[in-house]
Ligand binder design. Structure first.
Ligand code: NAP
Ligand code: MG
Length: 499
């Protein structure tokens, strides 16, 4: 490390100087909640209160939706020339890059992920996502139908109007941007609700968008609780579409809210229980083991597509699991602000207890605890858990079925490819899957047989902004990333012309 590399001490110093925005952003202005209420935003790093954040409820959501509706109907954004909208979003991407250290610091303090990840992954990928959709704006064409000589048919894509965006706390900025960028790119106006645990980067994103030249009212941010602000967006009669990332349980609420209100379109990115399959012929078992450890311990295991079920062929299980545990030793829970830390704190005390509860349940149901299994850094005041590996897990156990959303790996074995695929599909989820093998036909069979939105072959969690991401089954529907994401933020209009 040279003298310019930020150290733990320099991050702490920056943290002490941070000007945290803690209000709602409605119609271009930072405002308190109409009720005057606010809530504690706690840092899981040490359990201390970072700030108090405006606690928005139905009244604030009404104002935000009204501002979004006004901006949409006025055409102030959607009717700008594509080149002009592109310029605004390119500026936003640049501002995210220019403010990378501040955004990374806010993210890490707010939800506990290591600063090296927020700085090297979350923030740059968020900037790249905005840039990608900005670049797409002036390259999208509508269609002319094959209508025959006496007529002409136009198939046009139109923005939907007001979009509600509700996101979780595990990648707060990135999950917001995966939705905000494509929805803005095609001309919609938005109301964004970040998770109560991690509202800070969303508010800052809204501010940077204004600075980039996005007209006031086009992107509104309403921090608050799910049952109040989230539900108010879901049930609002003037929200045209709801795009959500979060748990399957809450995804189902949004379907209900839609059915009981205005039948707003709903797109859901929900939970997962990704099978990570290792065949005995894998070319590089060391690399596979390294990815298996990273696939569950990265981001404290708080990843929708975390490789939480390790499926290993019986003949290599002991050897392979020993390697995974050895690689797992480099994932030591540490201070998220220390640039050397690879695993930070779980998001809050509730999640901490939940994950410890699953670990206890695994032991009660007879799985064999191979390493970890306990809280860590308990004197910090924060919410840390040791990287944990279970062996001897059977498909029916709770830790093989439910999404733990923490650094807990469940190892299962299989004897045949068919059995591996059967176990892989034995879940309500279908977000992602991975397989390591040299056999192309086994790899392709896995890709065809496993019901999942993404299948990784000889890699894990690979892909970039050009690849669609989303789930099958109860992992939801609709896709983020790639040009396909634009489909859900637009609707088709057919125009038939008699010549
Ligand atoms: P969550 O509890 O479902 O919350 C997600 C969002 O919904 C939050 O903003 C939350 O607000 C809000 N919400 C909660 N209850 C609500 C209600 N009754 N009505 C309306 N809104 C409500 O999920 P989480 O715990 O934040 O995040 C973890 C989950 O997200 C995991 O299941 C994970 O797999 C999933 N996830 C999926 C993807 C994907 O792309 N498929 C990506 C990342 C995460 P509050 O903060 O107030 O609860
Ligand atoms: Mg927080």
């Amino acid at each position: 490390m040279d003298a310019s590399t930020p150290t733990l001490a320099s991050w702490e110093e920056r943290a002490a100087r941070l000007q945290i925005r803690n209000q709602a952003l409605i119609d271009g202005r930072l405002v308190p909640a109409a009720s005057g209420k606010s809530f504690d935003d706690i840092s899981p790093r040490d359990g201390r209160v970072l700030t108090r954040v405006a606690s928005c409820d139905a009244e604030d959501v009404d104002r935000a939706v009204a501002a979004a509706r006004r901006s949409f109907e006025s055409g102030v954004w959607r009717e700008q020339h594509p080149r002009a909208r592109k310029a605004v979003l390119l500026t936003l991407a640049r501002l995210i890059e220019e403010n990378a250290e501040e955004l990374a610091l806010l993210e890490t303090l707010d939800m506990g992920k290591p600063i090296r990840d927020s700085l090297n992954i979350d923030v740059p990928l968020s900037a790249r996502c905005v840039q990608y959709y900005a670049e797409a704006i002036d390259k999208l064409y509508d269609q002319v139908g094959p209508s025959g000589p006496g007529s002409m048919s136009l198939i046009l894509r139109e923005p939907l109007g007001v979009i509600g965006v509700v996101v979780p706390w595990n990648f707060p900025l990135m999950m917001a941007v995966w939705k905000v960028a494509p929805a803005l790119a095609v001309g919609n106006s938005l109301v964004l609700k970040p998770a109560e645990q991690s509202p800070l980067t969303a508010i800052r994103l809204g501010e940077l968008a204004l600075e980039a030249g996005l007209p006031p009212g086009v992107l509104n941010v309403v921090p608050g609780f799910g049952e109040t602000a989230g539900q108010a967006i879901g049930r609002h009669m003037d929200v045209d579409m709801l795009t959500f990332t979060g748990s399957t349980e809450v995804g189902k609420y949004f379907m209900r809210y839609s059915g009981e209100s205005n039948l707003k379109r709903v797109s859901l990115e929900c939970g997962g229980k990704t099978p990570h399959i290792v065949m005995p012929d894998a070319a590089d078992l060391d690399r596979a083991a390294q990815e298996a450890a990273g696939g569950i311990f990265f981001n404290q295991g708080e990843v929708c597509n975390a490789g939480s079920r390790l499926l290993v062929h019986e003949s290599i299980k002991d050897e392979f699991l020993a390697k995974v545990i050895a690689y797992g030793r480099s994932w030591v829970p540490g201070d998220p602000l220390d640039p050397a830390t690879r695993m930070g704190a779980l998001v809050d005390s509730r999640q901490h207890e939940r994950v410890l509860g699953y670990i206890a349940k695994g032991q009660q149901e007879g799985a064999e605890l191979k390493c970890g299994g306990a809280a860590a850094r308990t004197d910090s005041g924060g919410y840390y858990i040791q990287p944990t590996v279970f062996d001897g897990v059977s498909p029916g156990m709770t830790i093989a079925q439910e999404e733990i959303f923490g650094p807990v790996l469940s190892t299962l074995t299989f004897r045949s490819t068919e059995e591996a695929f059967r176990i892989a599909n034995d879940t309500i989820y279908g977000l992602a899957a991975a397989i390591w093998t040299k056999d192309i036909s086994v790899a392709m069979k896995a890709a065809k047989t496993i019901k999942a939105g993404s299948v990784w072959i000889n890699c894990f969690d690979a892909g970039d902004i050009t690849t669609p991401f989303g789930g099958f089954k109860q992992s939801g529907f609709g896709r983020d990333k790639s040009l396909h994401a634009l489909e859900k933020y637009t609707d088709l209009k057919s125009v038939w012309i008699e010549l």
